[in-house]
Design a protein around this ligand. Structure first.
Ligand SMILES: O=C(CO)[C@@H](O)[C@H](O)[C@H](O)[C@H](O)COP(=O)(O)O
Ligand SMILES: [Zn+2]
Length: 197
């Protein structure tokens, strides 16, 4: 078991090294989109399943509260948190609609959907992207593997950040790092005077 644990660390580190080569441009582009969105008075909606639901909530918490520097709260909503809404939609309609119906209610043109899926194939995330597009929102997709069906839904103006790995856990570990890079970029761009803190 000790070897297995060491292997997990080595694999995670290697995936991050590979991602450091592959992802900086798309992360910077996504951060620029988010800054533009927030400066325009718009908001970011985030969704994912399982560990990625946790990632969506982690992202919204960093924006609503703070990341590293003192700054005003920023508008973000994780769509995985309201169990009454989620269970009602899943019970009355389908699990695939738990995020899309919230997006149809809350999404406005200029908002961003942060869609998180390691496979790129989760049905409720695909429907969430379709709902966002119908509301003239833009999409930042965190994916892995071959990007799945999500990759086929990206249009000009959207950004896919695809982790170069086929292992769900390793992809999730990089997604969290990407989220922290996005928060860091947003803070440093919107509040440059606080950079030295
Ligand atoms: O955290 C993990 C695995 O590490 C799981 O909870 C995982 O997130 C769930 O199986 C998800 O349903 C996987 O969905 P996706 O990443 O393929 O969209
Ligand atoms: Zn997990």
């Amino acid at each position: 078991m000790l070897e297995r644990i060491k292997d997990s660390f080595t694999e995670s580190i290697q995936t991050k090294i590979d991602a450091a080569e592959a992802l900086p441009e798309s992360i910077a582009k996504a951060a620029e989109m988010m800054v533009h969105c927030l400066l325009g008075g718009h908001k970011i909606l985030a969704c994912g399943n399982g560990g990625s639901a946790g990632d969506a909530q982690h992202f919204s918490a960093e924006l609503l509260n703070r990341y590293e520097i003192e700054r005003p709260p920023l508008p973000a909503i994780a769509l995985s948190t309201d169990t009454s809404t989620i269970t009602a939609i899943a019970n009355d309609y389908s699990y695939d609609e738990i995020f899309s119906k919230q997006i149809l209610a809350l999404g406005q043109p200029g908002d961003i959907l942060l869609a998180i899926s390691t496979s790129g194939n989760s049905g409720n995330i695909i429907k969430a992207m379709e709902a966002a597009l119908s509301r003239d929102m833009t999409i930042v997709a965190l994916t892995g593997k071959d990007g799945g069906a999500m990759a086929g839904l990206m249009s000009v103006g959207d950004v896919e950040i695809r982790v170069p790995s086929n292992v769900t856990a390793r992809i999730q570990e990089v997604h969290l790092l990407v989220i922290h890079c996005l928060c860091d970029n947003i803070d440093r761009t919107l509040f440059p005077q606080d950079e030295q803190q």
